[in-house]
Structures are given as C-alpha cells and as structure tokens.
Design a protein around this ligand. Structure first.
Ligand code: K7E
Ligand code: CUA
Length: 654
C-alpha cells in the first residue's frame, strides 16, 4: 500500500474519530467501524483491485454473485438457475435450453453451495459448481467467462442439498439428496415412508479437459435426510462424508419426530471402492429421465438433451464402501480439515461439536468393531471414531471452515457468533458476535488442502438494524473479519444479494489475468451470425422472419425493416461487431413478451418477437454504449396478415 494512502487514511480515521466523539446521534459505536486500522484493512482505493474474489450463492435468487474482498464490493451477478432479464439469460433463444428439465422449463431454483474446482486438493480456478436444491440440478460455471456453461439434472433426488462439493482433483462433483423419496417415483401412501423411501447420493464425473459432467453412479441409501457433505482430502482422499438427520424416518411434524434419536449419522462413503466396482461392470442401470444442458462458447448456443438411464449402486453389494459414524444430534454441517484427518459434525441441537478421526475410523473398520447396522450398513462405535469434542459454549453450531494454520472457525446460529478453536486440543481460542444469526462462513480456500486464512466472511440470516430500513425484507448481511492474528477482528459489514448460504473465495491473482475480455468475431460459429455488416439481411421462411442484424457503435444494420406481417414470428439474430473489452450492445423491441438482450463483443444472440398489432414499431439499444447510444435505434413496419408488401430492409436510405 502506498504511503500517502496510509496518511490520508489515518487522517480520515482521526477526523471520523473526532467528529464521533462530539456526536452521539448514531455512528459512534466503539467497535470496528471507527477503528482506523479496520477501515484501512478494507479500504481499496479507487482504481485499485481487491485481493480475493468471493462467489456467494444466491439462495432463493437461484444465482451466484461475485464480490471483492476485503472491500465487499459486488462485481457481478451470474445467472445460473434463474432467468435474468439484465442479460437476457433464460430469455434469449440461445440460453433457454439451459433451464430445461424433466419437468419442462424451470426458470428458478434455490442455490446453496458453490465450490471451486481443485487440482491436488488446491483451488485451480477453472470452474465453479453450484447446486439447485428445488429441482435437483448441478451447474458448472466457467471462471474465464463467468457464465454458466452446463447444467445437469439429478434424477432420483429431491431437495439437492448435500451438494455440490468436488473431490480433490475434481474427479467428481457430488450431489446428495435432502429428501428421501420413492425410487423409482411411484404413487404410494406417504405414511409408508419408513423402510420404503430411499436417498440417492450422486457422483457426477467431470471431464478434466472440458469440464463436462456425467452421472457416473448413484448410491441408493436408506431413507434418511442427507444434509451436507464434504470430500476427504490428503489421506482421506477417496472418501466422502455426508451428515444425515431424520434417521427416525419420520414423515410428519419433523421438528419433533426427527429429533428423537440421540445420535444421527455421518455416512462415510469410500467412493474409490464404488468407482472400482462400477468400472468392473457393477451396478444396475435403471430407466431415468433427466436433462443435460450444455452451452457451447463457439456457437454461443445451448442445447438440451434428455438422458434416459442412470447407473445405481446398492451399497450392500460393495462391502467395505459405506459406514455410519454416530453423530449427535441432527448434525447439519459436515466439514473436513485441510489435513483430511478430522471430520466435523455440527449437531444443530447440541452445544458441543463432534470431531471424528479418519485414522480412528479406518482402525475401527479394520478391526470390524461395529455397533450393529442400519439396513445392512455397519455402524461404527461412537467412542471408537471420536477424536474429540469442542466444548464451545455456543448454541446451534452449523458450519466450520479452516485457516490452514491449525485453527477451525464454527458458526453458531442461535448464539450468533463465530467461534475459533484449535484442531487437536479442541480449546476455544476466541469468539466474536455476528449480526445476526450466522449460517455459513467462508475462508478463501477453506474447503481445500490450502486455505488462505487471512479473512473469514460470516453470512448472516437476519439483518434487522444493520442498514437503513427498506420495508419488511432486508438484504442479508455479511461480515468480514481479519483472522491473521490470534483474535478475530470485525472489519466491515456489507449487504449481499438473495440469500447466500455457502460461498467460495479465491485469490484474485488466480483468476483475474485469465478472465475473458471479448469473444473473437472470427471464431463465432453461431449459425445466424453475420461476420461483417454487409452480410446483414432479412429472410422469410413461411411465417418466420429471420433478421441477421449487426451492431456497432452506434447503429443497427439494418435499422428499417418492412414487410413483416401480423402473425409472423420474428427472430432478431444480433451479432455484436465490437472487439473491445466491456462494450456490449443491448436490444429491446416494444411490446415484446420477453426481456432485452445484452450481446457481448463478438457474440450472437437471438430474441423472438411475435407482432400482434399493425403499425410502425421501434427497437433500441439498451446499453449506454457511446455518446450516440441514444441514436442507436430502428423501426419495424408491421402490415396486416394479408398484406402484399415485400420484405425489405435498409440502413441509411431515405
Ligand atoms: Cu447451512 Cu443450505 Cu449449507 Cu444454509 S445450508 S446456512
Ligand atoms: Cu449500443 Cu447503446
């Protein structure tokens, strides 16, 4: 940081402090905000860049937002599962197929857990994955274009919550079901749940080169709720761990009925063993129906394919692959430390944290020291696998992250705090309040072998008085803490979008230099692209009118079109001929029953319009692209259905 900035900042800090002293009507809190060193730590001067990217899940927005840390500035909302009129995602002809499912077009979802691809257990910055809970789907987003490239639906699943977490070399992205359901789905009484419903844990392979996803196998588990999961790493690479609740298999008034058992389970899955079994021809192919949607960057177009079969595995057929670790009490978070030794189960209804030991687990399995079984799956003895207990003194533990320096940080929803504790000794080192009711927390790389333990971000559920009120619903708040010292220091508080559950952070230097700036026009393989404005034209095929349109500052070619008739279906195929960074053009047509389009440099996108009224109707560019942006406009003349006016188009003709 440059010297003058320090001076400027301490001056600002001093001024704030001074005015603060004499002014008691708000803003004079003694903590963080007025502490000049906290202000310096989050201050990113105009024109300077943040140290980290943070990708926040959108929860019920269905999308993913990109922030900078430590500034808390929002850079982008990436549409994933939800239609997004800001860019036309899910509205343009090219992107509509991304939202196809076996239930038809589903333009929304509930996205919870982003996870960045890894190589050797470290963040590699190629892709980020995120789950759709509601209509089970997993999406893959490119971290060069920051656009959604692929969505695969997950059959036999419901409430896709223990998802989407990647294995150490991104061999798999894993998706576990929250709700157990009849598999295959069928018409049956709900109160016959127990013993009849099942839960699918899906291992989705990721092509190392293109990232393309494919469901390699689904393990069909007993009918519990599979809540969260994390991969083993280092020595536990090859295993995956899932928390469960409702091992009671209750089907009604769950808040009471699924809290009966003193302990539920963490399911430990040796996926390498299952993979080997499957590679040797094991498993059963069953009929299924699920969408696989891929966006092709060369054609700027997505296609949707329905897949008809999935490979299922009965865990009893793969001895030694699946075990249950008893864990108190309705555990939620399931986190694995950077060494791969400790598996942390946070019992929502327990004050203590339970830490299991991977080594102990392996020893217990080898010694065949079981404590009975559930549906044939061996249950290990709690005492045999336990590494230790954190007597935290907090209430409602949810999620844990790691700083790579031997410390863990756990959120407590009910007591609204982050608790720092030491791995191995289980002693509590520090605790800081959150505002309010924290869910997940995130340390960049916190779910990998190599965390970047400088900041932790708490993602809170309740905002209340943190910001100016804006009606009954407030955006959720996030708080960033400096964790470079022994004690955590609250630095800053910023609003987020939707409901971030989990987030994933990565050092800026791993992404910024490879972020895409333009799409090359000479690589555009869109079937309706025009590579130069003189190819712009209008063609009629029966009742369809295809407009091959080009845009460059500051006009559309063509800008006057005649001979369109009521009852036609008009396709505007718009190619942006700019080859400059950050110069999109937009397109919108009066009365169109869809959103605008935002077309990136070198890209082609298509908007459909079905004119219903005779007249002369304007269109215009929606993105302020130049001084003469406001002149970037045109007209379509719409004649009666039986008109004989010939199709014609022009630019610059009177
Ligand atoms: Cu705890 Cu969906 Cu990860 Cu929310 S989940 S907080
Ligand atoms: Cu193009 Cu405004």
């Amino acid at each position: 940081m440059k010297k003058y900035k320090f001076q400027l900042l301490s001056l600002c800090g001093a001024l704030l402090f001074l005015t603060g002293c004499g002014n008691n009507n708000g803003g004079t809190k003694s903590s963080g905000a007025l502490n000049s060193s906290a202000a310096e730590k989050v201050y990113v001067a105009p024109g300077e860049h943040d140290e980290f990217y943070a990708f926040m899940s959108g929860g019920y927005s269905g999308n993913l937002t990109v922030y900078g840390l430590p500034s808390g500035r929002m850079f982008k909302e990436i549409p994933v599962f939800s239609q997004f009129p800001t860019s036309g995602y899910g509205y343009s002809e090219e992107t509509k197929p991304m939202l196809e499912t076996s239930h038809g077009f589903v333009p929304w979802d509930d996205s919870h857990h982003p996870d960045i691809s890894q190589t050797n257990g470290e963040l590699d910055g190629r892709w980020i994955f995120i789950n759709g809970n509601n209509t089970p789907r997993i999406a893959r987003i490119s971290l060069t274009t920051f656009e959604t490239e692929e969505i695969i639906e997950v059959p036999n699943s419901a409430g896709n919550h223990s998802s989407s977490f990647v294995t150490e070399n991104t061999e798999y992205v894993v998706a576990g079901t929250r709700f157990s359901v009849p598999i295959p789905q069928r018409d049956m009484p709900i109160n016959e749940y127990k013993g009849n419903f099942q839960g699918a844990l899906s291992f989705i392979s990721v092509d190392p080169e293109h990232g393309h996803m494919d469901i390699k196998f689904q393990i069909i588990m007993p009918g519990f709720n599979y809540d969260l999961s994390h991969p083993g790493r280092g020595k536990s690479h090859g295993w995956f761990f899932f928390t469960t609740y409702n091992t009671e298999e209750a089907n009604t008034l769950q808040e009471v009925n699924s809290s009966q058992n003193d302990k539920d389970f963490i399911a430990a899955i040796n996926w390498k063993k299952v993979e080997e079994y499957v590679n040797n021809g094991g498993g059963t192919k069953v009929p299924a129906n699920y969408a696989h949607n891929i966006y092709d960057e060369a054609t700027h177009t997505a296609t949707s394919t329905m897949k008809k079969e999935v490979l299922t595995v009965n865990p009893l057929e793969v001895p030694g692959a699946v075990f249950f670790l008893p864990t108190p009490k309705s555990p939620h978070g399931c986190d694995v430390d950077p060494s791969g030794e400790y598996i942390i189960g946070n019992g929502k209804l327990s004050a203590d944290l339970t830490v299991h030991s991977f080594d102990n687990m392996i020893a217990a399995i080898e010694g065949e020291k079981f404590d009975g079984e559930a549906y044939g799956i061996p249950i290990l003895k709690f005492e045999d696998v336990l590494a230790g207990t954190v007597k935290s003194g907090g209430l409602g533990p949810l999620h844990t992250e790691f700083d790579g320096k031997g410390n863990a940080y756990t959120t407590f929803f009910i007591s609204s705090e982050v608790v720092k504790w030491k791995l191995g000794t289980w002693e509590v080192i520090d605790r800081k309040p959150t505002y309010y009711s924290v869910g997940h927390l995130m340390i960049p790389g916190g779910n990998s072998r190599k965390p970047f333990g400088k900041y932790v971000v708490a993602l809170n559920k309740i905002t209340k008085d943190r910001y100016l009120p804006v009606g009954p619903e407030m955006e959720h708040s996030a708080q960033i803490y400096d964790i470079s010292g022994e004690k955590m220091e609250l630095l800053y508080d910023f609003p987020t979008h939707g409901e971030p559950h989990y987030a994933a952070g990565i050092p800026a230097e791993l992404l910024a230099s490879k972020a895409k700036k333009i799409y090359r026009l000479d690589e555009n393989k869109h079937p309706y692209a025009v590579t130069s404005p003189d190819q712009a034209r209008v063609e009629r095929k029966g009742k369809e009118v295809h407009i091959y349109m080009s845009t460059i500052r500051s006009h559309f070619t063509p800008d006057n079109i005649e001979g369109v008739k009521v009852g036609d279906k008009v396709f505007f195929h718009i190619t942006n001929h700019e080859q400059d960074f950050d110069v999109p053009h937009g397109f919108a047509m009066i009365g169109q029953n869809t959103s605008e389009l935002l077309v990136m440099p070198g890209q082609t996108k298509t908007s459909v319009w079905e004119p219903k009224k005779v007249g002369v109707w304007p269109f215009y560019c929606t993105d302020f692209c130049s001084a003469l942006h406001q002149e970037m406009q045109g007209y379509v003349r719409v004649s009666p259905a039986n008109s004989t006016i010939e199709l014609s188009w022009s630019l610059g003709e009177d």
